[in-house]
Design a protein around this ligand. Sequence first.
Ligand code: NDP
Ligand code: BG6
Length: 513
Amino acid sequence: LQKDIENGSCLGLSSEEYNREACLDASEQESTVSITVFGASGDLAKKKIFPALFALYYEDCLPKHFTIFGYARSKMTDAELRTMVSKTLTCRIDKRENCGQKMEQFLERCFYHSGQYDLEESLAELDKKLKEQEAGRLSNRLFYLSIPPNIFIDVVKSASKSASSKNGWTRVIVEKPFGRDTESSAALTRGLKQYLEEDQIFRIDHYLGKELVENLSVLRFSNLVFEPLWSRQYIRNVQLTFSEDFGTEGRGGYFDNYGIIRDIMQNHLLQIFTLFAMETPISLDAEDIRNEKAKVLHSMKPLQLEDVVIGQYKSHTRNGISYPGYTDDKTVPKNSLTPTFAAAALFIDNARWDGVPFLMKAGKALHTKQAEIRVQFCHVPGNLYKRCFGTDIDLATNELIIRVQPDEAIYLKINNKLPGLGMKLDRSNLNLLYSSRYSKEIPDAYERLLLDAIEGERRLFIRSDELDAAWELFTPLLKELEEKKIAPELYPYGSRGPVGAHYLAAKYNVRWG
Ligand code: NDP
Ligand code: BG6
């Protein structure tokens, strides 16, 4: 029915009789969406997926008929799943009285099935339970792989044979990491494509669902003032930074196999980078946007080892409190060389960005938790007010900061005359602070992405060629770091990271924001 609607017909109506709204209503009545969360007993499911599904339900964004199944090996009853899930649901959107009631209604639509990930029989049992809930309606099925990557293919294989929809769509959300390098990522893609078409695979990068990241294209392409300046002609450098003020916290086992470059840079920061640097897409269609993002990645200069600094946090005592080092984690080998911090200078070899350093910095256990994009503009040629800045002319350049989190904001640093009789300049901010401007709560990234997957919107998901290009950029560097056993520079827990990052920035005449 949905295909018919896309083709401009439905329910056998002639084109004169055809009415899209009526058809959509009919489709809503007739169809159902079943969401199965594999790995439902795990951290991500509890922390992000179920709360995001509840928020969508609360906001009336889920289809009229939907069912949610948690699936994992752990033994649990429906009631136990509901109790577990209820602990992480919040009425954060608003505190309307009916929130508690909505939670009850939501939990009644949640079920649990315990089974193995690689057994078709287990998935066939799930299929039976899904059918019971679908009650003969057209069935659309969304599978969320919130499980370790080594079992992705097992699940997809068994699910495609025993639990895929027979009359509606089947989509699969795949969590990162998508491999460790070019080869393993390609093998994963090949494995998935044995059972799924590319348009059924929704590779999630939750940074693409963050409000300010989604807004990046709006800022660039719907305001006259930014896009004309968006090139080497006016931009001196761009900084993309991610920092957390805590360590690996119980995820040391996973982290030690990946490190910060694979965990944050190759995906979250690189996705922001491609959206920042891409040319104007010919439309807002997912394929047009992803084509432009892929072109940026294909234009990258190879990453040089001398343009990269790596670090690892060590224990530190501050105000009588002692903070553990990375290798103090019992799941991390004592001699681990895995970086928990990295800074890198990247260059795009195209007409728009030739010579502009894009500095990326990502680290755990730093002094602050923050993610931002900082654009430093060129000097004003022949600036009349040069002498008013003293010796530090760098202070006089404009900066645009897009603060992804926390306290979402977009602000522009400008020079302004200090009010008064003299001629002193002041650096001020034109500030769009979201919490002051918008009263509505910003949805969690997982809400937006889950909704998009249900609606079949692929714009914020990673296509396989983008993924290949992202790995092609980072794999040679990662191999070199690992083969040469480059030791990370140690930095104290809670500090600003290794000093090497400052030398790297200085090499390109950049001052970290
Ligand atoms: P978990 O390690 O908590 O695993 C989820 C579930 O998978 C577990 O509850 C367990 O369920 C099952 N499982 C774990 N290890 C194995 C194994 N070796 N073989 C078979 N089943 C196993 O993962 P998370 O919930 O933390 O993350 C899920 C996915 O999302 C992972 O791919 C992770 O990399 C990714 N991710 C996680 C983030 C997070 O913040 N947690 C952030 C971004 C991505 P059971 O034993 O009951 O079957
Ligand atoms: C995940 C990384 O993808 O993103 C984690 O695996 C990191 O290491 C997390 O902590 C950060 O996400 P957010 O949304 O909290 O900034």
